[in-house]
Design a protein around this ligand. Structure first.
Ligand SMILES: Cc1ncc(COP(=O)(O)O)c(C=O)c1O
Length: 519
């Protein structure tokens, strides 16, 4: 069966109104898995017959077919092109996902990351052949230390959560060096899920600190939990309610007062970069999501990088390798000996995410320190524009201005029968990726909107107009049923989210596919 006749087999004799013969919608093509497009004997490349060779595999030799689909090259190209067209991205439109900092990735970063001198490097090349790459890592480390006011940085963590792990492992090593075993890590209720997960996977007991009525850490509750058994506080600043922790100096003093370390989740650094130096706030360790603050939106398994800046008390425990200046140029400290004897080990086989390092440094150098300061100012301005203009139709969770993201709760939907989920699904039909929903957990039915600094006023105004129109529609009182059915215009309608979570189908299996076709 060729590609066309396979498609024909799915034809509907009499499509209903709004449906099509082919199942395609306009130029949105219904795409089948590559395995479903398989045709025996079809191949995308002409391979020469292998030369005769002596078979040394014995009983290990594969007996059956390898099970790869037979496909022609144009089919494969179309398949991946069509899939890419189904993907919503920051390059397609505003991406208001709060806590994620989805900002435009300047194409200059991409151009530089693709230079063969960076793109074709191998991590095991002799250091004499990679002096430029080491200098880039060293220069980026210098920028990160300068922007945060910290004396040291571990470059290898591969993402924010990996950075958290690095920070807590350095803290544990420092405590062990003091001859102390402390069991508890305090984490505010509003924290990103990775914070308690990291602390627990590091072997600590996690204790939650409640938020006060202003959406900040309840200082009195924190002080009540502090004691000689506390290893660290993990605090996000600005926090996930989009608010600056205004009592952060008092928090740092209280934490240090019991001999604990102050870990900051720096995922929201975009809001304060160039304006506040975390070291001046009393922070001992903080990861920086290069893939947020310094561009390259993440998601879909995309590359991340989470270097961790460290105060002097934690610097000796930083993971290997480090770049150092020597008489013969730059080299790497690879072993826990000499000055590096206290390093807690390695987090990654090699140096970290080189491609991300290149992009981040290109971003920093093209913006300059004044440009980075402007980034933070514009990100906060855009979020406050959203908060002020949508604040009349939606319900802001906390009074006063916000930092980089605007948090609303679902009180504006009270008695309408419409939920936060319905609202977000309706937004998809309007061509927008939904905002973050139901996070942070400290407010009911949360809608967290982070526009970032790269959205223009026109773009924000269009988004605001759509959200306002949907809010007004929800409040008419008879729109609940319509909202429950949204989205109406997507290739797939609303899915059974419980089944997807409880019985996920993550792998194509030939027998399952045959069973489904028969049903
Ligand atoms: C506040 C916060 N902390 C930590 C993380 C984890 O970062 P990553 O996804 O790079 O592991 C995120 C990610 O979105 C975050 O928003």
């Amino acid at each position: 069966m060729n590609e066309w006749s396979q498609a024909l087999s799915g034809f509907k004799a009499e499509p209903k109104r709004g449906e099509t013969y082919s199942g395609n919608r306009g130029l949105q093509i219904e795409e089948r898995l590559l395995f479903e497009q398989d045709a025996a004997g079809r191949c995308g490349v002409d391979l020469p017959e292998p030369p005769p060779h002596k078979d040394r595999l014995g009983a290990m030799k594969r007996q059956g077919a390898i099970g790869l689909p037979g496909l022609a090259e144009p089919q494969v190209v179309r398949h991946f092109t069509r899939l890419s067209q189904k993907n919503y991205a920051i390059d397609s439109g505003l991406y208001p996902l709060g806590s994620c900092t989805m900002k435009h990735n300047p194409r200059l970063n991409e151009k530089i990351a693709r230079l063969p001198g960076f793109a074709d490097l191998h991590p095991l090349q002799p250091v004499s052949t990679v002096q430029g790459a080491l200098e880039l890592i060293d220069t980026l480390a210098h920028w990160l230390k300068t922007l945060t006011g910290m004396p040291a940085v571990a470059m290898s963590p591969a993402a924010g959560a990996h950075g958290e792990l690095c920070g807590l492992m350095a803290i544990r090593a420092a405590l062990e060096a003091r001859g102390e075993t402390r069991h508890r890590v305090l984490v505010p209720e509003s924290a990103h899920g990775t914070n308690p997960a990291t602390a627990a996977s590091c072997g600590f007991e996690v204790e939650a600190i409640p938020a006060d009525a202003r959406g900040r850490v309840d200082l009195a509750a924190l002080k009540a939990k502090l004691g000689p058994d506390v290893a660290a506080l993990m605090l996000t600043n600005p926090n996930t309610c989009g608010l600056f922790e205004s009592e952060i100096i008092a928090i740092a003093e209280a934490v240090h007062g019991v001999g604990a370390f102050f870990y900051c989740d720096g995922a929201n650094f975009n809001a304060i970069v160039g304006r506040v130096r975390p070291a001046d706030l009393g922070i001992d360790a903080m990861h920086i999501n290069l893939h947020k603050t310094f561009s390259t939106p993440h998601g879909g398994g995309g590359p991340g990088s989470g270097p961790v800046v460290l105060a002097a008390a934690l610097a000796p425990y930083a993971p290997l390798p480090w770049v150092v200046h020597g008489t013969d140029g730059l080299s790497l400290v690879e072993h826990a000996e000499g000055a590096a004897k206290d390093a807690f080990g390695r987090l990654k086989g090699n140096h970290g995410q080189m491609g991300m390092f290149v992009r981040a440094l290109a971003y920093m150098m093209s913006h300059g320190s004044d440009g980075l300061r402007q980034v933070a100012g514009d990100a906060v301005l855009n979020a406050n524009y959203i908060l002020a203009t949508l604040g009349t139709d939606l319900t802001p969770s906390f009074p006063g201005p916000c930092m980089h993201e605007a948090l609303f709760d679902d009180r504006f939907l009270k008695d309408t029968g419409v939920t936060t989920l319905d609202f977000a699904k309706a937004l998809i039909d309007e061509g927008y990726h939904p905002m973050t929903m139901y996070f942070p957990l400290v407010v009911h039915g949360a809608l967290l909107i982070e526009p970032t600094e790269t959205e223009s006023k026109d773009s924000l105004d269009n988004f605001i107009a759509v959200v306002k129109a949907l809010a007004q529609r929800a409040k008419t009182g008879d729109a609940a049923e319509w909202f429950h059915g949204a989205p109406y215009l997507t290739p797939r309608r609303r899915l059974d989210e419980t089944a997807a979570a409880r019985k996920p189908v993550l792998r194509w299996r030939p027998d399952e596919a045959t069973k489904q076709a028969a049903e």
